[in-house]
Design a protein around this ligand. Structure first.
Ligand SMILES: *Cc1c(COP(=O)(O)O)cnc(C)c1O
Length: 567
């Protein structure tokens, strides 16, 4: 272990900081899309042998395990895991002053392997140590749990604790990549090491060399939704934050009224990225005066491809895992083999749904999959906007629906949507089979994105920054039916890679989008499935060829390296 760690320390010069990371299903260190992206990034970095190290919190109590009671009510349970089952404790320890107390932080090491035998280190920060006061031991327990004070304390540990742990271990980090604003406090540590000498200061200017920090920081912002941008009141900040940089400077960099983590990251990072072209444009409008680049997200091709398709690709396109761009040749795959791989993926979904819910899906019916965080802008109820109309469509063109997703414990509208979806499923019994798979996570996602026929996405534009589940679906020949927002603006070729719901741009109400969705289902999608299997297979191959070849984290990381890290 010592020599492996030494080799990591000697070669890793880019540190990727993320509040969550989906490394493997048993490690409960993720909640949703942001963590999945970080995990796929780590997997691609290992494949590409990039000199990176990942830093996150150990989140011993996870996000939460979702159970759904008889009333369709989400019940949240602790979702604990044991770092010692998967990680090695490392021999380093740093203190961070929080609220005037010393909080000790220790790292765990997880080694992310690649089928190509390369590895990257993931450092998980832990405060659950005997040296710490009982309350401080819980700082790294609950992902996205607790109040503002708890969250700010976690972000102090992630940002400042993380930078110090890397230094204590001996890493020589040149570039810091902030995956979302959560880790932005690390820039205060960097600033404090770049004070302008007294004699060189210019009155009225910040007494730090911000340019030096700029050169070293890359920031990826992930959402235009206000609740996704952490803001902390300065009363709280003054109490909790260690005394690294004077308040005056912090206010100039992070905002006058609140410490806004996005502002802080924007003002200290020399490269700012939105996660899709449309999202970069939206971010640019939200924060005038910054240049927002657009390296569009991807998914790790090997991670999200069903074993049957993986075998098919391996036979026909042997280098697909390392060079997913070669999947552009998927148009040449034999139709019948593509279909039999899809049947295998669908059989797995039918089996999983039976195991988890006791309900039986019909492998011959078109299956609409919809799984995402249950929250307002994702509009999980849009498909059910007019239940009578939906029933009438199903009477002529039968289909079934598989749903999944968690609502944040404090998102009461999201939880209400889960209840309504369960009521709707009951109402449709005997007419449209609707199953809701509880506890959406990596494992369920893998089976669900591969086994559906149509992957539905109905966000309210422009709030879907990118979205990645549709990219996973396309790796398995599943056709996307989505509102034009996020990544789909770049990927949709109507009738070729999938279908759009409604028009791009312009103001559309929920009702307009629901009507457009019904029309597309009734007139195009469902009749095609039922009457023209050859054309459906033709589209499946186009979806793989045009989407999987581009929307992958191999391409994404090659771009981050050449455009953001080496700029
Ligand atoms: C891929 C994935 C997500 C993100 O999906 P979106 O399309 O961005 O909503 C969230 N949760 C899990 C478990 C996933 O696998």
């Amino acid at each position: 272990m010592a020599s492996l760690l030494d080799s990591f320390i000697n070669r890793s010069h880019v540190a990727y900081f993320s509040m969550e990371i989906a490394i493997r299903p048993e490690m409960r260190t993720y909640a949703g899309g942001l963590g999945i992206l970080a995990g796929d990034t780590a997997r691609s970095c290992a494949d590409l042998e990039l000199p990176m190290v990942f830093v996150t919190l150990v989140s011993r109590a996870g996000y939460f395990r979702q159970r759904i009671d008889d009333q369709g009510q989400q019940v949240e349970e602790a979702d604990c895991w044991k770092p010692e089952d998967f990680c090695e404790p490392l021999d380093a320890q740093v203190a961070v002053r929080v609220d005037g107390r010393k909080v000790w932080v220790r790292p765990w090491l997880y080694v992310q392997d690649s089928p190509r035998l390369h590895q990257v280190p993931v450092i998980l920060l832990d405060t659950d140590l005997e040296l710490n006061a009982p309350a401080d031991r819980e700082i790294t327990h609950h992902l996205y749990g607790g109040n503002d004070a708890y969250r700010l304390t976690q972000e102090i540990i992630l940002g400042i604790g993380g930078v110090r742990i890397l230094r204590a271990l001996g890493f020589d980090i040149r570039t810091y990549h902030l995956n979302e604003g959560h880790a932005a406090l690390l820039t205060l540590d960097l600033l404090s090491r770049n004070r302008v000498p007294e004699e060189d200061r210019i009155p009225g200017e910040i007494p730090y060399d911000v340019t030096k920090v700029h050169e070293r920081c890359v920031f990826t912002t992930h959402t235009p939704v206000a609740a996704g941008h952490d803001r902390f009141p300065y009363d709280l900040v003054k109490n909790l934050l260690p005394d690294l940089v004077e308040m005056d400077t912090i206010k100039r960099l992070a905002g006058d009224d609140h410490l806004n983590m996005t502002r802080l990251a924007l003002n200290t990072s020399g490269y700012v990225n939105g996660v899709a072209r449309r999202h970069a444009e939206t971010t640019q409008r939200m924060f005038p005066g910054y240049h927002v680049h657009a390296i569009t997200n991807g998914v790790h091709s090997g991670q999200w491809t069903h074993p049957a398709f993986a075998k098919l690709y391996q036979t026909h396109i042997p280098h697909w895992q390392h060079e997913p761009e070669s999947l552009v040749r998927s148009v040449q795959l034999p139709d019948d083999e593509v279909w039999s791989c899809h049947r295998a993926a669908k059989a797995d979904l039918v089996e999983m749904a039976r195991k988890l819910t006791g309900k039986t899906l019909d492998p011959d019916l078109p299956t609409i999959g919809f799984a995402r965080r249950m929250t307002g802008y994702k509009r999980p109820l849009l498909l059910f906007d007019d239940p009578d109309r939906l029933e009438a469509i199903a009477a002529r063109h039968p289909f079934q629906v598989v749903l999944a997703g968690k609502a944040h414990p404090s998102d009461s509208a999201g939880k209400q949507a889960i209840r309504e979806l369960h009521q709707l499923a009951e109402r449709f019994a005997g007419k449209i089979t609707c199953v809701y798979l509880p506890d959406y996570g990596m494992d369920i996602a893998k089976t669900l994105v591969a086994g559906s026929d149509v992957w539905l996405n109905t966000p309210m534009p422009p709030y879907e920054a990118s979205g990645t589940s549709g990219m996973k679906a396309a790796h398995n020949g599943v056709l996307n039916l989505s509102v034009l927002d996020g990544w789909w603006v770049e990927a949709c070729i109507e009738g070729v890679t999938g279908w759009a719901i409604g028009e791009d741009g312009g103001k559309s109400s929920d009702g307009d989008h629901a009507k457009a969705l019904y029309a597309k289902l009734e007139e195009v999608v469902l009749p095609l499935y039922h009457t023209d299997p050859a054309q459906w297979r033709w589209m499946m191959k186009r979806a793989i060829a045009h989407i999987a070849c581009y929307f992958n984290t191999q391409r994404m990381m090659r771009r981050y390296v050449t455009e953001a890290y080496f700029r």
